[in-house]
Design a protein around this ligand. Structure first.
Ligand code: NAI
Length: 642
């Protein structure tokens, strides 16, 4: 009987490429999403077209229930297929496509049989919206399970019915917090907020729990009174005001309109699901074609490219040894521990390691680790003055003072104790790798892993290739970055690598403008209005003027002594010599109090911010522009040792 039905289904869906269908002896219709030729599932137009036909089949040949699962080991659904978004240029057209998906999901929701989504791994964006259209949701409790709405990061908000369904299911307060923050929940957190109805532990249980839910005709329980109360008009007005204030503290409306439009939509229609669905389709259609959404999609694509850099080697580290427990080394060690690795941290004396251990504990608490997890993280971070950790480490990162002789002497010693295949990396920001490597018996082992300050907040790591660096070590270095949740950016060992190379001229231009009499506050305000998270002057103070001086020194070697750039560098030197290092010393270009630059914002009044901004950004983009058709080219000053 079952075979007959399944044969019948195969006949009905001869061209179904992305969904595997089964109808079992209990008359349950099983839908396994396994997108063809892709390693992960995303809801492409083709996937949705096939789903539409399957729902039509379920409507006409009503099964005992419908269960939706993933046919891939990599997770459920990552979201809609972003690559298809780039074809959209007309808001009305996007809205029309969204309405088609709304109609389909509403038909799934209205099927006259139980519907269940059972998943593990990613259940994000469109995946969660599909799951919310089912009557019951089951999630497996594993670290890989991530449930949430990342849409605001792409300049839109959930448009496949997810905004309307989530606010009516779990209440406006919780749903809006999730959508506005793009926070991803694990299975237990999702159950606690009401997005998931049942949590199971083992992979095989997903199937049995789905079957049980269908045969028991289970449905999510009705939203709580409190959840419903948050959608009442006076409460919405009050909460929306607060949400706008919190959002404004994080993102400007001009650059990130999506969260603001989501708040508006919920405030107006949050009490009426049908009206919210209508408004969602229109608003997301409009947002999708904005330049802001286009820009954010581009950023997403670039980040994805960087992530792929980290997947070219199977290398996985267990133990990391960091040498130098200062600002960078201490924080790199703490970050690696937070990512589950065992770390030994070396410095000249215990007194140099102690502050790093304290900072690590603060970081673990800030990341809201439970007390037991903080304890186990601290146990994975071992002070190691003798440096015995080198012998066992899979990765050794040197982050001692920026002096060639010191680095050479240290790494020559380390090399003799290094395990075969272990990564040997330096965090230098200005010394050529080739110069450091001359001290090694096997110079090819040395690569650069250039982290940014503060390590826990900066997702990029430059993976630096010296001319002598071994290819395999570079791939391993990139894989290590991926392992610790950082984006590896491959760069050559040329002055400033990439980030400092493009930042330095922009920051120097700000100093030149200041020397011309333009107030610091106006320069920063112009950059912030453009979309920079902080202006170049405040950034220089934050990084440290001594660090800026060192970087500009490297990049500017050989510059004309009378040039404006050189005089800006001289201003920097004068400040550094006077002990004004920026935020860390309490004074730089600005005076700092309570970790805040004391700005006189009225100094921006009357300044042509658009013109200032154009001048700043021109320098920035000029440095990025391909020369000789090859992207960033080496600066005229060669930094290779003679
Ligand atoms: P830091 O001065 O804060 O720390 C250096 C640490 O190395 C000190 O604790 C010192 O006691 C220790 N040390 C010196 N010689 C040692 C040796 N032979 N053996 C063991 N420990 C030794 O320096 P910071 O700022 O952490 O910089 C470290 C490296 O990271 C430098 O190469 C720097 O260029 C690079 N870097 C710094 C950034 C920053 O924003 N500070 C950003 C990116 C890279």
């Amino acid at each position: 009987m079952c075979d007959e039905i399944n044969q019948d289904m195969k006949d009905q869906f001869p061209h179904c490429m992305h969904w595997r269908l089964e109808r079992d002896a209990d008359d349950i219709l099983w839908l396994f999403l396994d997108r063809q030729d892709e390693t992960v599932n995303a809801l492409s137009a083709a996937v949705l077209r096939e789903l539409d036909a399957i729902i039509a089949y379920a409507e006409s040949q009503l099964p005992a229930g419908v269960a939706i699962l993933s046919g891939k080991a990599t997770g459920f659904v990552l979201g809609a297929d972003i690559r298809e978004f780039s074809g959209f240029s007309d808001a009305a057209q996007v809205t029309a496509s969204i309405r088609e998906v709304h109609a389909m999901f509403s038909r799934l929701e209205a099927l006259r049989c139980p519907t269940v989504a059972a998943f593990e791994g990613y259940c994000l964006g469109g995946g969660l919206e599909l799951a919310l259209s089912c009557g019951y949701r089951i999630a497996r409790d594993v670290p890989a399970t991530r449930i949430g709405f990342p849409e605001v990061q792409l300049g839109i908000f959930p448009g496949f019915g997810g905004s309307a369904r989530s606010v009516s299911r779990i209440g406006g307060m919780k749903a809006m917090e999730l959508m506005l923050s793009a926070r991803q929940l694990n299975a237990r957190q999702a159950r606690a907020v009401g997005l998931v109805d049942e949590v199971i532990g083992r992979h095989e249980e997903l199937y049995w729990a789905a079957r049980r839910a269908i045969l028991g005709r289970r449905r999510s329980s009705a939203p709580s009174l409190l959840a419903r109360a948050t959608n009442l008009a006076p409460v919405r007005r009050l909460l929306a005001k607060q949400m706008r204030k919190q959002t404004a503290a994080r993102a400007r409306e001009a650059h990130y309109p999506a969260p603001y439009r989501l708040i508006d939509t919920w405030e107006r229609f949050g009490g009426d699901r049908a009206a919210m669905l209508q408004a969602e389709a229109e608003e997301v259609g409009r947002l999708m074609v904005t330049p802001q959404a286009g820009g954010l999609r581009r950023v997403f694509g670039l980040m994805d490219r960087l992530k792929r850099e980290g997947r070219q080697s199977e290398f996985r580290a267990r133990r990391v040894h960091v040498i130098g427990a200062g600002v960078m080394g201490g924080d790199i060690a703490a970050w690696c521990v937070l990512q589950g690795l065992e770390v030994t941290l070396q410095d000249r004396e215990m007194k140099f390691i102690e502050p790093a251990l304290k900072r690590a504990e603060t970081l673990f608490r800030k990341k809201r680790l439970e007390p037991a997890a903080v304890k186990s993280a601290l146990a994975r971070l071992q002070p190691d003055v003798e440096g015995t950790g080198v012998n066992k480490a899979d990765v050794v990162i040197e982050a001692i003072v920026e002096r060639l002789d010191a680095k050479q002497a240290l790494l020559a010693q380390v090399e003799t104790r290094l395990r075969p295949g272990a990564i040997l990396a330096t965090n230098t920001s200005s010394i050529p790798l080739e110069a450091i490597a001359t001290a090694l018996q096997d110079p090819s082992r040395l690569i650069g892993l250039h982290f940014f300050n503060p390590v826990a907040k900066m997702p990029l790591v430059e993976v630096v290739r010296g001319v002598q660096s071994d290819e395999e070590s570079l791939l391993r270095g990139a894989a290590f970055c991926g392992q610790i949740n950082r984006y590896p950016l491959p760069v050559s060992s040329s002055p400033g690598f990439l980030v400092n190379r493009v930042l330095a001229p922009y920051m120097l231009e700000a100093m030149i403008m200041h020397a011309e009499g333009i107030p610091l506050e106006a320069i920063d305000a112009a950059a912030e209005a453009f979309g920079m998270p902080m202006g170049p002057v405040e950034l220089a103070d934050t990084v440290g003027l001594d660090v800026c001086l060192m970087v500009t020194g490297t990049l500017n070697a050989g510059a004309d002594a009378k040039s404006a750039t050189q005089s800006a560098a001289d201003t920097l030197r004068t400040l550094v010599n006077a002990g004004h290092l920026g935020r860390k010393s309490g004074k730089g270009f600005y005076t700092w109090s309570n970790d805040k630059a004391q700005k006189q914002n009225d100094k921006s009044t009357g300044q042509d911010l658009a013109a200032l901004c154009a001048r700043l950004i021109k320098v920035y983009t000029a440095e990025c522009r391909p020369r000789c058709g090859m992207g960033l080219s080496p600066t005229p000053t060669c930094w290779m040792p003679a």
